[in-house]
Write a protein that binds this ligand. Structure first.
Ligand SMILES: N[C@@H](CCC(=O)N[C@@H](CS)C(=O)NCC(=O)O)C(=O)O
Length: 228
């Protein structure tokens, strides 16, 4: 039975993008179910299908799997290619995935994901500068050790999926992540599944007040390519 992946708005939902992109990129079939954010609180609506009141959620037969990392681990037990084969690449992928999952709060909060817009940051405080420096270091180490074009070499893996929302943030706010970082960002933005997500984001008619307020707090919008 084909599992159903429940995600929210393409334009805003960074955590949704990770498993969605991973499944698309690896060719894992799923029913693509979108539950848009409700204002002012979506917890009650999302609790109907998600134990945390959050997305993403994977419904795989009788099993409900929540959290982007929980879903990734579930998929890795059932499908090849979620993690790299080679032990050193696999260790690197799992570490950077864990680091992204539990960290980078300044990047997350100060550069909210809003796929369709371009913006100038109001400021780059020390915590954000540290996050950008660390991400730059990860990109540079990844390309030097594994040779690209993906973070752990020739194949797209969960590491790329977990950093994909960052690629949209880097483009939106014009962040400098070094030469290796810029190469990886260009590669992932050109991936057909990322382009599919972006097209859907640009065409969405939903505007969710809280995410738009986050954007206004992060910086000044210089372009808005949303057409919906
Ligand atoms: N750690 C969770 C975080 C999920 C998360 O924060 N999801 C956001 C959407 S991007 C959400 O559902 N927000 C709705 C809410 O918190 O009310 C994961 O990895 O899936």
């Amino acid at each position: 039975m084909t599992p159903a992946l429940i995600t929210a708005n393409r334009n805003y939902s960074s955590w949704s993008l990770r498993p969605w992109l991973l499944m698309r990129a690896l060719g894992i079939a799923f029913e693509d179910r979108i539950e848009p954010f409700a204002h002012p609180v979506n917890w009650h609506a999302f609790r109907a299908f998600s134990p945390t009141g959050q997305v993403p959620v994977l419904i795989d037969g009788d099993t409900t799997v929540w959290d982007s990392l929980g879903i990734t681990l579930h998929l890795a037990e059932r499908h090849p290619g979620v993690w790299p084969q080679a032990p050193d690449a696999r260790a690197f992928a799992q570490c950077v995935v864990a680091e992204m999952h539990g960290g980078f709060s300044a990047l997350r909060n100060r550069c909210t994901m809003n796929v369709g817009v371009r913006a100038t940051l109001a400021e780059v405080p020390a915590d954000l500068a540290r996050d950008i420096a660390r991400i730059t270091e990860i990109f540079s180490e990844a390309m030097a050790r594994f040779g690209g074009p993906w973070l752990t070499g020739a194949a797209f893996t969960a590491a790329d999926a977990f950093y994909a929302p960052v690629a949209f943030r880097i483009r939106t706010y014009g962040l400098d992540v070094g030469t290796a970082g810029a190469q990886w960002v260009a590669t992932i933005l050109a991936h057909p599944a990322m382009q599919e997500w972006e097209r859907a984001a640009l065409g969405e008619t939903w505007r969710e007040a809280e995410h738009e307020a986050d954007l206004a707090r992060c910086g000044m919008v210089t372009a808005d390519y949303r057409t919906g």
